[in-house]
Design a protein around this ligand. Structure first.
Ligand code: NAI
Ligand SMILES: N[C@@H](CC=O)C(=O)O
Ligand code: NA
Length: 433
């Protein structure tokens, strides 16, 4: 006699949801063998019954009553609607009704993960979310489980495919930001409204999730310093190229020593990295995440971070785990926030700056510019002059200093009579000091 099926409800049938349906159908026999029971899709909640879908869903499974579906006694709810509401209420209701939950919703986890994890604890059910960060790349499970005996010091990565595609195009073809964005939209990488990707909200949510798991503390999206790529100009990209560097949108999470003890620093911003750095070779819409820990040293995780099918792969991985757990009547590893660390403000975080300044080409200008750096106690690593006369430009790269001191230096440079314009300001990462 075959085992009782694990009954699955799917919420949302867009890019990711439709691929979840496809994989559940195509791999049904293997999934049954791996789980130890048939995995049965019993309902798919959609916004509109007559919408065009990438995959055929038997009509009897479709419903617009998501709330009714999660309350119908299913074993697992897979949430791939996205956004805060109704996703949050549906997940909470699913847990209250005894279902385990798999979600790809980084926006919700980074805004209100605490409520969801508390509800999962209260219900004694699993809440898994590998797909929420870097799509198909297994990164949350390694942080939560494989590295549980180590001390992670840094997580550094490219975690947004859309912005990496745009920056890569700007670098390889000399395209401006708007042109590169239009290409990303035409290829279906960027949304019609690409704000969450382009302005760094998507990457900041992922940074919050990564930092929470890596450092065993709670970090929310608003704890993450966020700058997007809409201000990155063709001149910035060209300036990076001249330095042998490339511009990438990075998510950087560090375990640091704050004024009151260990703290977390989490930031998302464009930065120049040397072309020799492994992250520089991450092209198009790919993602990569570096993890540095005391005992393991450096680890790199690389692969497709976006797209329906890769993301559905991560969803199915979680689905198999929570289904197995249910059959064995156990729970997987939950949230761990025992470290309860403070968050270091961006101003106190140490970074390095690249500053390109159009200046008057006359004696004493270089000394005057250097003096503004010295006033803020910012040490200069290199200065290069390019062009002459009207076209004279100084390119300064600093040593590491607090972000507060560096931005005060740039503000002072902008006020100098010898400075015509500060044309490019960008942080520098992945280099020696
Ligand atoms: N597309 C990607 O590459 C990745 C997406 N994710 C996450 O996966 C989730 C889903 O993303 P996509 O599939 O790309 O979005 P999508 O916009 O293609 O699909 C969402 C679907 O949910 C439906 N929906 C909205 N409200 C609903 C409701 N009340 N009841 C039932 N259905 C409803 C929409 O009509 C739409 O079909 C999001 O949380 C997203 O952040 C995570 C990693 C990568
Ligand atoms: N919009 C995201 C995809 C999902 O996380 C991206 O471009 O990386
Ligand atoms: Na992932």
């Amino acid at each position: 006699m075959s085992a009782t099926p694990v009954r699955v409800a799917l919420l949302g049938c867009g890019s990711v949801g439709s691929q979840v349906v496809r994989l559940l159908r195509e791999q049904s026999a293997d999934l049954e063998a791996r789980v130890g029971a048939p995995v049965e899709l019993v309902g798919v909640a959609v916004r509109r019954l007559d919408a065009r879908r990438e995959v055929e869903v038997p009509e009897g499974l479709l419903t617009t009553d998501a709330a009714g579906l999660v309350a119908s006694g299913v074993d697992v709810v897979v949430e791939v609607i996205g956004g805060i509401e109704p996703a949050r209420s549906l997940i909470l209701s699913a847990l209250e009704h005894g279902a385990s939950v798999v979600t790809a919703n980084k926006a919700l986890l980074a805004e209100d993960g605490a409520t969801l994890f508390a509800a999962a604890d209260k219900a004694g059910r699993d809440l898994y979310f590998e797909a929420s960060v870097a799509g198909a790349i297994p990164i949350l499970r390694p942080l939560r489980e494989s590295l549980a005996g180590d001390r992670v010091r840094r997580v550094l990565g490219i975690v947004n495919g859309t912005t990496n595609f745009i920056l890569d195009k700007m670098d390889t073809s000399g395209a401006g930001f708007t042109e590169a964005l239009e290409e990303a939209q035409a290829l279906g990488y960027a949304e019609a409204d690409p704000t969450a990707d382009v302005e760094g909200f998507d990457a900041a949510a992922k940074a919050a999730i990564l930092a929470s798991l890596a450092f065993h503390t709670r970090v929310v999206a608003t704890d993450v310093h966020r700058e997007g790529i809409s201000e990155v100009s063709a001149a910035d990209v060209a300036s990076a190229r001249q330095m042998g560097s490339v511009v990438k949108l990075l998510a950087i999470c560090d375990l640091v020593e704050g004024p009151d003890g260990p703290a977390v620093s989490a930031r998302v911003h464009p930065a120049m990295i040397p072309r020799s750095h492994p992250l520089a070779s991450v092209r198009e819409a790919y993602n990569a995440v570096f993890v540095e820990s005391d005992a393991a040293g450096q680890l790199m995780f690389y692969g497709p971070g976006a797209g329906g099918s890769p993301t559905a792969s991560a969803v199915l991985g979680d689905l198999v785990t929570v289904a197995r757990n249910r059959l064995q009547d156990v729970r997987g590893v939950g949230e761990s926030t025992y470290a309860d660390l403070g968050v270091l403000p961006m101003g106190a975080t140490t970074t390095r700056y690249h500053v390109a300044i159009d200046v008057e080409d006359k004696a004493g200008v270089l000394a005057a510019v250097a003096q503004e750096f010295a006033k803020q106690d910012v040490s200069i690593q290199t200065v290069r002059q390019q062009g002459r006369g009207e076209d004279a430009q100084l390119v300064v790269v600093s040593h590491r200093a607090t972000d507060e001191a560096l931005s005060a230096t740039v503000a002072a440079l902008r006020e100098m009579s010898e400075v015509r314009e500060v044309t490019s300001v960008m942080r520098v990462e992945g280099d020696s000091e």
